[in-house]
Design a protein around this ligand. Sequence first.
Ligand code: FEO
Length: 164
Amino acid sequence: MISKTMQDALNAQINLEQYSAQLYLAMSAHCDSSSFKGFAHWLRVQAIEETAHAMKLIDFILDRNGKLELQPIGAPPKEFGGVIHVFEKTLDHEKGITGRINSLFELARAEKDHASEITLQWFVSEQVEEESSVGQIVDQLHAVGDQGGGIWYLDSKMGKRNRA
Ligand code: FEO
């Protein structure tokens, strides 16, 4: 059985993963409305991944006979600015998530909750991959700028992202 402290912390993380999905869906719609269909696609796939992260934690709580406590999901911002700004915000958001995952990992260790620690290891690795892939996009966007042909080339590349 999972401890109440760990259960509360994981429930809070589920809400954050669901918020991440909301945020990326809103960003996706924003890019779509500027005809950046490739960036919109990439962000929509990311939103689906965030929902999958929430599901992974939901299944874990249920498998441990814990109590799932879903909370209202916060509304994402309504304005995002240009594509570079969208991906800079994405990188900032992912860095924040990494901090939360690391805190959860430390909590699992402090509680000697080995099962949670092992599950959270997957999230630690996932955050390395997410920060790396978003960081690469930010670098590429800075290199091409948000005017001219370069950004449309990147847009077509982003449109090729496979669904997980
Ligand atoms: Fe679920 Fe992008 O972290």
